[in-house]
Design a protein around this ligand. Structure first.
Ligand code: PLZ
Length: 448
């Protein structure tokens, strides 16, 4: 597939428009889309739509196709498995691929202690199971999560997710025994360092929950939907240490950060944090639905036999894809590639920030990079600006996403198979979009 941006129609093109009419008539209104463009094929750093437009992919289907879309090893492994058998249910007649994925995850996740893994289908399902396992192990009920957290859309994970709109609004009542602690958010925390931010969180936990009631602390080591918030150095190690000394299970939700995305195999690796349980999904299987909970054998083995499972958990096709994705990450040094992507993107976005003070913060790691947008000369979130820039990028054929509690964060999650040329072109277009927006809005400001 040609690794170029090429627009042959206005976006959305006529075939996408036809499909959107059918979508509106057939698909529940609650299922939204970021772009009104329907996909036909994708590979490398390009998504081709049904009208033949080639778009630059800075989204990876929300951090999923980290190894690339239809990555060659993944395609071959899936084809072989789908022809052999599609499903038996691991709880009925088990198969090798599930065990092999468990072995691989036990090997590559942080820490060299004895581990066990259980496989599920979605990130939310795996988060729920991590909580079940922590409760079974500790005999305690409470779960602590953080400001701006995102953990999913099921009932328990809605309770764990911070943001009301669009995730929770009208969908309660929510699961009980979920408590929220303050996060480390360097851009908005003033001078609070990691240790002080951790002490602030621990104080809330001890006063409002009590360690003896607490089964688990669940945290994204870099927050995803909440705004790509990277806690200050020292915050995660201090929390993990507090959990260890109080018999609380420390759970890292690496659904979005996992599998080379952040320039380490896992985001916890950067500060050498070893979580008791780690939750993975998204990048694990190159686009096939699979998720996992991996962790200390004595915690993972706490639930009774038959207490964990599900019809499709660890589906053989998804497992074959995961083995191929992990092989690709290791063989092609995608951790190194993610660091190159960071260098290229941060240099360009740093220049953008120097030229435009509405870019309040440039942050993230690896191929998980964001800019937080604010009103000129303030730290006031500017969600409208994020919307305008995203819309301009979309019209130009660049897939970008927004995020953040205030909706004012533009985030970039390119597949690690993207070329430097495509990345550079996308950054050129974004730079132009900011300049054009600045010119247009300052003209508005002087108009009578
Ligand atoms: N934990 C850290 O990022 C999924 C959500 C998209 P599922 N993030 C994308 C949307 O609007 O639904 C996510 C995550 C973290 C858990 C999840 C949940 O993963 O596979 O979407 O259930």
């Amino acid at each position: 597939m040609a690794q170029v941006r090429r627009l042959v129609t206005d976006l959305p093109g006529p075939r996408s428009q036809e499909l959107m009419v059918r979508k509106t008539d057939a698909v529940a209104a609650g299922v939204g889309t970021t772009m009104p463009v329907f996909a036909a094929r994708a590979a490398g750093g390009v998504v081709v739509d049904v009208d033949g437009n080639h778009l630059i992919d800075l989204g990876s289907g929300i951090a999923v196709t980290t190894v690339g879309n239809s990555a060659p090893r993944v395609v071959a492994a899936v084809q072989e498995q789908v022809a052999a058998f599609t499903h038996t249910c691991f709880m009925v007649t088990p198969y090798d691929a599930y065990v092999s994925v468990a072995e691989a995850l036990n090997r590559v996740t942080p820490g060299d202690h004895e581990k066990r893994t259980a496989l599920f289908n979605s990130g939310a399902e795996a988060v729920e199971n991590a909580v079940k396992i922590a409760r079974a192990h500790t005999g305690r009920d409470a779960v602590v999560v953080f400001d701006h957290a995102y953990h999913g859309r099921t009932n328990l994970t809605m309770a764990m997710t911070a943001k009301n709109m669009p995730y929770k609004h009208g969908f309660g009542p929510f699961a009980p025994e979920v408590y929220r602690a303050p996060l480390s958010y360097p851009y908005r925390d003033g001078d609070l360092d990691g240790a002080a931010a951790a002490a602030r969180a621990v104080d809330v936990i001890e006063k409002q929950v009590g360690a003896e009631n607490l089964a688990a602390v669940v945290i994204e080591p870099i927050q995803g939907e909440g705004g790509f918030i990277e806690p200050a150095t020292g915050f995660l190690p201090a929390l993990a240490e507090w959990c260890r000394s109080h018999g609380v299970v420390f759970v890292a939700d690496e659904v979005q950060t996992g599998f080379a995305r952040t320039g380490d195999l896992f985001a916890c690796d950067r500060e050498g944090v070893v979580p008791d349980l780690i939750v993975t999904a998204k990048g694990i299987a190159g686009g096939l639905p699979l998720s996992a909970v991996t962790g200390r054998a004595e915690i993972m083995d706490a639930p009774h036999v038959g207490g964990l499972g599900g019809t499709y958990g660890g589906n053989p096709i998804a497992c074959a894809a995961a083995l191929a994705a992990i092989e690709t990450i290791e063989a092609d040094d995608l951790v190194g590639r993610a660091r190159q992507v960071e260098e290229l993107m941060k240099a360009r976005l740093g220049e953008l920030q120097a030229a435009d003070d509405r870019v309040g913060d440039v942050r993230g790691r690896g191929a998980m990079i964001a800019v937080e947008l604010v009103r000129s000369g303030t730290q006031e979130p500017d969600a409208d600006l994020a919307k305008r820039i995203a819309a301009t990028a979309h019209r130009a054929g660049v897939i970008v996403l927004t995020c953040g509690t205030y909706g004012n964060v533009l985030r970039f999650l390119p597949p690690l198979s993207i070329s430097d040329e495509l990345l550079t072109e996308a950054l050129d277009l974004l730079t132009e979009a900011f300049a054009a927006d600045r010119a247009a809005t300052s003209q508005e400001a002087v108009a009578p």
